[in-house]
Ligand binder design. Structure first.
Ligand code: ATP
Ligand code: MG
Length: 383
């Protein structure tokens, strides 16, 4: 890690120049490097002191952003969405660095400045930190609020997983990484064709089931064209995505929420599939094979046949799988890990579930929208 003096941005502000985790950062001189804190498929993230405010921030560098039009659009979409949200449980974008010079060719990297949180849920799950039922319920409550905030704005996150949930020592939770999020405008549904892989991503199959690039390399074990081309991290991916449904809904996020809650109790991934087929088999081992009438959401004949040919399995009893979980938590998980997307609980329904209802009723709506329905901004529901 090193730092040295820099030049000026095109806005005339002095810049500083440092290398962290092998990546050079050129940012406004008000930011002073603290340390590298993470890296994902897209960029390197560092923590920094903001000498103008005295606070701390996280800076994510997305290098060479204009080399690929698909990636560039994705980053633009992420920025636009982040600028839209002001929500306790969605990460706040504080600043975007201006281009380093007025010369267009010099504008190659994007630096996004976020509020800084201390860690992410992936790290907590793999640490020795004890997680009580109360901890878990508080995380779940905040996760549902964040998801409700996204969904009520017509946005599907599409990549919910523990490493995209940031946490503070006081248990605050914020959803981050809207890199794959999409707005749904005219109808509830989006097209699965949107789910193309991140082109510049390095594959990370070991960590969390990988992203798009890893998927492209996977052999198609069914010999069909059905199970191709999806990107949402495999281990948290809803069955309808793998079953080649051409439409996806907010329910894909709710499947991921079910996987995440289970992982908080298990302290390991529920469905660590090695490929699409293995992923579906692991799901069937726990949720049971769905009866044919439950598969009417699968439009493709080949995918339906694949499911019908699967060896029949009964659903496992979640009480045995998660002996430390309360009855309410088990009930919530059972209503989330449902094959049929339309029968899966929505974020609003989940926030009304006894598992988190007490937390919800303890909290006043900061938007003063206390009515029979819930406040779309903060997900407040009257007790
Ligand atoms: N604001 C923040 N505060 C603290 N840590 C953060 C912050 N933003 C990101 N991180 C850390 O950096 C990691 C990568 O960030 P992020 O998920 O935004 O990048 P990405 O490249 O889009 O990741 P992915 O591999 O999920 O696509 C996070 O998992 C988290 O550990
Ligand atoms: Mg991420």
């Amino acid at each position: 890690m090193s730092a040295d003096g820099g030049g000026r941005t095109c806005a005339g502000r002095p810049t500083t120049n440092f290398v962290s985790a092998g990546t050079r950062f050129i940012v406004d001189a008000r930011y002073e490097l603290i340390k590298a804190i993470g890296h994902g498929a897209y960029g390197v993230v560092v923590s920094a002191r903001d000498n103008d405010t005295g606070g701390k921030v996280a800076i994510k560098k997305i290098p060479c952003v204009f080399e690929d039009a698909v990636d560039a659009k994705r980053v633009l979409r992420e920025i636009k969405l982040l600028r839209h949200f002001r929500h306790d449980n969605i990460i706040g974008l504080i600043d975007l660095q201006p281009p380093p010079t007025a010369v267009l060719a010099d504008f190659v990297d994007i630096y996004m400045v976020f509020e800084l949180l201390e860690t992410d849920m992936q790290r907590v799950i793999s640490s020795r930190q004890v997680l009580s039922e109360d901890h878990i319920k508080y995380f779940v409550y905040q996760l549902l609020r964040g998801v409700k905030g996204l969904h009520s704005a017509g946005v599907i996150h599409r990549d919910l997983k523990p490493s995209n949930l940031l946490l503070n020592a006081d248990c605050d939770l914020k959803v981050c990484d809207l890199g794959l999020a999409r707005g749904i405008t005219r109808s509830e549904r989006g097209s699965a064709a949107d789910l193309t892989p991140r082109k510049s991503a390095s594959s990370k199959t070991g960590q969390d089931g990988g992203t798009g690039v890893a998927e492209e390399e996977e052999p198609d074990q069914t010999g069909s064209e059905l199970l191709t081309e999806y990107v949402v991290t495999r281990w948290y991916r809803a069955p309808e995505i793998m079953l080649s449904c051409s439409e996806y809904t907010r329910a894909v996020d709710m499947w991921a929420v079910g996987c995440i809650i289970t992982e908080l109790y298990l302290r390991k991934t529920l469905f660590p599939g090695k490929d699409y087929i293995h992923q579906l088999r692991l799901i069937a081992d726990v949720c049971g094979t769905p009866p044919d009438e439950e598969l009417n959401f699968v439009k493709s004949k080949k995918a339906r046949r694949f499911m019908s040919d699967m060896r029949r399995r009964e659903p496992r009893d979640f009480r045995e799988l998660l002996p430390t979980a309360s009855a309410e938590a088990i009930d919530m998980i059972t209503r989330l890990l449902v094959w049929h997307p339309e029968r899966r609980m929505t974020a609003v329904e989940a926030l009304r579930h006894p598992c988190v209802l007490l937390l919800l009723s303890l909290r006043a709506c900061p938007h003063a929208r206390i009515s029979a329905s819930c406040c779309d901004t903060c997900a407040y529901l009257p007790a």
